[in-house]
Design a protein around this ligand. Structure first.
Ligand SMILES: Nc1ncnc2c1ncn2[C@@H]1O[C@H](COP(=O)(O)OP(=O)(O)OP(=O)(O)O)[C@@H](O)[C@H]1O
Length: 658
């Protein structure tokens, strides 16, 4: 049996974690040598590979599994599109200005940081502070909201908890009122802040040399799906439901991005738009996820100022109307499965429902996948039922019908009253009023038309124009007749269910969840990334740089390549222990040591990152086993049944023969 490891022996140390990410170049501030720009980051080799592997798994889990239609649409977008979608008017956050320095802060973040710091100070004063402040906390306290040990009145502490639970529900005026009522000031300067003002988050630009065609960098990829809806529908042979998917960059001019990868100004999104019949939001694969149990924080709990989680299956949540419909529930469960597969800790994942004010006016229900990390709970995926809003507004604006036309099996037969005009008499009698009259009568509902019909039968009727004139109509001009209509096509605007992923937030929280230090060696960080996303799957470590090792190293590396396993050779001039610990920091799950016995007997050892267990087997046995491990066909315990334990590890660990 494999050895077990204690990954929680040392509490999470953010300073050590960030030093590892920096040292191994997972990512770094962009334009660093020019002083950097807040909210812009570059990914280095392991960060890029990790992101590419998350995307590859996302494509498999969603696009391939669900036969989604993939898109790659432009980033630069003419302003008319965002005027129609509502982004120009509403894609904004509330900001407040320091009344003396003019520094700009995001209003809801200011309230959150100050109240959280006061609550932490209260806990400290009552002697119930959970943990001693880390080096990182101490550094943070030099700037920003400080947790000063001051006891709060019980009612005040309760009020703060309620405000924090409902923070996403407040309007700008509410936030301004909160700052005044609770004496919330800029924590960096202790100055008062002004009234909240809306700040639009889109980066404005212009298209072409004249500057006459305003445009924006897109803040999400969704509009590209909606504008191509007719083509997508045709591609899908006119059938609904179907989903389109897109992975691409989005841009948001965030007010004060201070949270590393969690809030940036340029980031990669993966978005799905699932188009569905508004009268039937069932999902044909719902039974496959019915039993998936989720941690749910519903809107009623939050609106009452609470944060209690309910654990229930997605089937129960849909049956009880907590999640609005099967399709939305299906995607919430699929998002959960995806996040767990790539290594997110299920105990630190919850789904939070949007409260009334928080949700866009057209949306019917919205759930965020929130992942817990060192800054608290962070939204990493949004999943919303956006109803027919987007397709409707673009249809109305452009006149291009973004609709589904469905041939009905049974035609629908209806009867209704219609106006029949004698056009010759109409023109002769009413001249320039003829058109006005026609429009007025044809816009009438059935009861009104029946009134006209009755009056015409008695000789004449009157209609009132918008400018207040009463015009008489007689049967030689107008008759109202009952007609039968047969409808064999149903036309409707589909509704949209939209799961929207921010890959940077997922990547960062995954790195936090994967990080730990060995019990015996606090300095030695390990990233327990699952093989499916680990940047490198297998490290090949030749014990010696002697020429006779080269053919075997080449053989192993080419066999792994042919098996589709990404490996790297580390033949640097340093001890095996150092080489392995460097790769533990990079999250490489397996290591193969090529030593003298390998050259003589064609045996190799296989090391597992978390346990540091080493097993021995023939070259081909080890390659077959590690391939199965990487593709998730077997667990490490099963590998241990195949390969016996290797006990020579201590003997070879620090020998390096150059
Ligand atoms: N500034 C950002 N930096 C990194 N990721 C982001 C940012 N803004 C949004 N995202 C990601 O895009 C996803 C979908 O965007 P959405 O518009 O729902 O976010 P949001 O509600 O505006 O986020 P927030 O309230 O945190 O600003 C989010 O779940 C998140 O993962």
């Amino acid at each position: 049996m494999a050895s077990t490891v204690n990954k929680t022996a040392h509490p999470f140390d953010k300073t050590q974690f960030e030093a590892l990410l920096n040292r191994r170049f997972f990512y770094a501030p962009a334009f660093e040598i020019y002083g950097g720009v807040a909210g812009l980051y570059d990914y280095g080799p392991p960060g890029s590979s990790l992101q590419a592997n998350i995307i590859a798994e996302w494509r498999k889990h969603f696009i391939i599994e669900e036969h989604m239609l993939e898109l790659d649409t432009t980033i630069m977008t003419p302003s008319s599109v965002f005027e129609t979608s509502g982004h120009v008017a509403r894609f904004a956050d509330w900001m407040v200005k320091d009344t003396k320095t003019g520094d700009v802060l995001r209003a809801d973040h200011l309230v959150k940081n100050v109240l959280e710091a006061r609550l932490a100070g209260d806990k400290e004063a009552r002697g119930i502070a959970a943990v001693a402040p880390s080096a990182d906390d101490k550094k943070k306290k030099k700037k920003g909201a400080k947790a000063v040990a001051v006891k709060l009145e019980d009612e005040v502490a309760q009020e703060y908890e309620v405000i924090l639970a409902q923070l996403d529900n407040y309007t700008g005026a509410d936030l301004g009122e909160l700052c005044r009522k609770h004496n919330i000031k800029n924590p960096d300067t202790d100055n008062e802040v002004g009234e909240p003002q809306l700040f639009n988050l889109m980066f404005a630009s212009s298209i072409g040399p004249t500057g006459q065609h305003p445009g924006y960098l897109r803040p999400e990829t969704a509009q590209g799906h909606f504008l191509n809806f007719s083509r997508l529908l045709e591609f899908n042979n006119g059938r609904v439901p179907f989903a389109s998917a897109q992975i691409g960059r989005s841009f948001r001019n965030e007010i004060s991005p201070r949270a590393g990868l969690l809030r940036v100004r340029e980031f990669t999104m993966a978005e799905i738009e699932h188009f569905v019949d508004p009268t039937d939001k069932s999902h044909e694969r719902f039974s496959e996820v019915r039993d998936v149990t989720l941690a749910l924080l519903n809107r009623h709990v939050q609106e009452a100022g609470g944060s209690q989680i309910t654990h229930m299956s997605v089937g129960e949540a849909v049956d009880q109307g907590i999640i609005a419909n099967e399709t939305l529930g299906y995607f919430v469960a699929r998002i959960y499965q995806f996040l767990i597969k790539i290594g997110i800790n299920p105990e630190r994942l919850r789904f939070r429902q949007h409260m009334g004010n928080e949700m866009a006016h057209y949306a019917t229900d919205c759930w965020d996948a929130e992942i817990h990390n060192s800054t608290g709970w962070t939204e990493c995926v949004g999943c919303a039922d956006r109803a027919a809003y987007d397709l409707s507004v673009h249809s109305q604006k452009t006149g291009h019908p973004l609709v589904v036309r469905q041939a009905l099996k049974e035609p629908i037969v209806t009867e209704k009253e219609v106006a029949e005009w004698n056009k010759k008499n109409l023109g002769k009698t009413y001249k320039q009023d003829a058109g006005v009259l026609q429009k007025l009568v044809e816009a009438m509902e059935e009861p009104e038309l029946l009134r006209l019909k009755g009056e015409l039968a008695q000789g004449s009727t009157t209609v009132k124009t918008d400018d207040g004139r009463e015009i008489q109509l007689t049967p030689d001009v107008l008759s109202i007749e009952r007609k039968t209509f047969k409808q064999s096509i149903r036309e409707y605007i589909p509704n949209v269910i939209e799961p929207s992923f921010g890959l940077g937030r997922i990547l960062y929280t995954l790195l936090e969840h994967s990080f730990w230090s060995r019990e015996q060696d606090v300095e030695r960080g390990v990233l327990s990334l699952p093989p499916v996303v680990a940047p490198t799957k297998v490290l090949i470590v030749p014990l010696s740089a002697r020429d006779e090792f080269a053919p075997l190293v080449q053989e192993v590396s080419s066999k792994l390549r042919r098996a589709g396993v990404f490996s790297r050779v580390d033949d640097s001039n340093t001890s095996i222990g150092k080489r392995y610990s460097r790769n533990d920091e990079l999250g490489t799950p397996f290591g193969i040591t090529v030593d003298f016995a390998s050259v003589q007997n064609r045996t190799m050892t296989l090391r597992e990152r978390d346990t540091t267990d080493q097993r021995i087997g023939s070259v081909d046995e080890v390659i077959a086993t590690v391939t199965d491990l990487v593709f998730g066909n077997i667990t490490w315990d099963e590998a241990c049944v195949r390969l016996p334990k290797y006990d020579g590890v201590q003997a070879v660990e620090y020998i390096f023969i150059s």
